[in-house]
Design a binder for this molecule. Sequence first.
Ligand code: FAD
Ligand code: SF4
Length: 508
Amino acid sequence: MTRLILVLGDQLSDDLSALRAADPAQDLVVMAEVMDEGTYVPHHPQKIALILSAMRKFARRLERRGLRVAYSRLDDTETGSSIGAELLRRAEEVGVREIVATQPGDWRLIAALESLPLPVSFLPDDRFLCPAEDFARWAEGRKQLRMEWFYREMRRKTGLLMDGDEPAGGRWNFDSENRKPASPDLLRPHPLQFEPDAEVRAVLDLVEARFPDHFGRLRPFRWPTDREEALQALDHFIRESLPRFGDEQDAMLADDPFLSHALLSSSMNLGLLQPMEVCRRAEAEWREGRAPLNAVEGFIRQILGWREYVRGIWAISGPDYMTSNGLNHRAALPALYWGEPTRMACLSAAVAQTRDLAYAHHIQRLMVTGNFALLAGVDPAEVHEWYLSVYIDALEWVEAPNTIGMSQFADDGLLGSKPYVSSGAYIDRMSDYCRGCDYAVKERTGPRACPFNLLYWHFLDRHRERFERNPRMVQMYRTWDRMAEPHRKTVLEEAGQFLEKLYAGDPV
Ligand code: FAD
Ligand code: SF4
C-alpha cells in the first residue's frame, strides 16, 4: 500500500479527481460513516439517510471497478468518531504515510484534514464548471460581483445556449417571463420517487436509532441514492416538468411543495449527476422543440449561473464567511423554525414541508423563511445552522453563500446588490398561503396585520443609514417617507411589540 484515497459522502462521482489519481494496485480508498459528520449540526434524518445509503452503494461501485475500499460503518464498534480518526486508524492498519483527497466543500473539514499528523495532498474538485482559480481571477479587482455578468461569461465559455457569439433567442435572460403565480387547479406530475430497497431500509433503521432527536421525519424516504436512480429522476424531470419550470419558478402553493422544480440538487451535490450533463439535457429539449426557452434558460441559469457563482463566492471568502454579520443582527432563531406552531400560514407551511420532506424550493427558502429571519433580525449564524441542518441538499459551499449572502445580506453585499426583503404583498402575489392565514395580508396595522407588513417597514427604518442611498431601494424609502407620521409611528410600535413577543418565545 502506498496511499489512502479519501472519498467523502458528497464526492460520489466516478471521475472524482482523487479517484482518477488512485492506483488500484497500490492504494486503498477510505470511506467512513462517522458520528461527528452526522451531528456537527443536527442534520435532517433524511439527509443523513441519503448520504449513508449513497456512500454504501458507491463503495460497492468502486469495488466493482477493481478498487480496494476500506469502508467504516457507523455501527461498526471500531469506527472512530471523526474522518480524521478513521484516516489515522486506517493508516496505522495498513502502514501508509500519505493521504490523497479531493478538496472538501466545507472549511471545517479542510481544517480538520490539514491538522492531521500525516501529509494530505489536496486535488481540486473539478466537478464544477468554473475552477476556483478562474472565479478568483474573474472576481479580482471588481467593485461588485454580480451573478449576471459571471453567468454570461459562463455561457460564452461553455457554449451552452449560444448561437455563435450570441445568446440563443437573442437574450441572455428570460426572468421577466418567469414571475407568474401558479394555478392551484393544474394537475402536475410529481417528481420521481424511489421505494427504499433493502440496503436503504437498513440505513433508515440505523438513522432512526442513532439520531432520534434530530428535527424532521425520516419516512417516507424517496430520494435517489445512486447514479442510476439519479439519471431516472433527471429523465423524468426533463420530460414532465421542465417545460413549465420557467413559468412556475417563483410561485408557491400550499398543497404542492414541488410545483415544476427538479429536486435534483441533492443528486448533483453528492456527485451522482454532473452539472454539465444536466444542462446539456435541458438545452437539447429546447433545441428539439420540446421545452420553451424561458424554461430552459431559467433552469440552466440556476446551475451554470447561481450554483457555480455561489461556489466561487464560498471559495474566495474562506471560513470567516460563516460568521459574517454585516447588519449586526443578534436575535435567536425563533422556535417556529423547529416546528413550534405559528399563526403565519406561509411560515407554518414552509416549515412543515421542510420537516416532512427535507425540501423546500428556492422561493420558499428565500422569500418565506429567509425573508422572515432577516426582517426579524435573527443572527445569521443561527439562520445558517438551520439551513445547513434541515435541507436534503445542504452542504456548506452552496448553503452558506445562499443563506449568509443572498438571504441574510450578512456579507455586506458581496453576493447581492440589495437585501431580499418583502412585505406580505409579494407572498400574496406569488402564493395561495394568505387565503388560509389568521393574519390579513391587506391590513397594515392592527391585531390582524400581516407581520411581514409590519416588519418590512421596521427593517427599512432601522437600517436607513445602510440602505437609503442604495439605488435599488430609494423608491422604498420614498414610499415610507410619504406615509403619514402617525401611521409610521403605529407601524413601528406594532412591529416592536410583535418582535418582543417573538423574542420572548410567545406564540405568534
Ligand atoms: P430547482 O429549482 O429545480 O433548480 C434546479 C437546480 O439549480 C437545483 O437543483 C440546484 O442545483 C440549482 N440551483 C438553483 N438555485 C440555486 C442557488 N441559489 N444556488 C445554487 N444552486 C442553485 N441549494 C443547495 O443545493 N443546497 C443548499 O444548501 C441550499 N441552501 C439554500 C439556502 C437558502 C437560504 C436559499 C435561498 C437557497 C438555497 N439553495 C440551496 C438554493 C436552492 O434553493 C436549491 O438549490 C433548490 O431549491 C433545490 O431544489 P431543486 O433541485 O428542486 O431546484
Ligand atoms: Fe404569510 Fe402574511 Fe400571508 Fe399570513 S398574511 S400567509 S403571514 S404573508
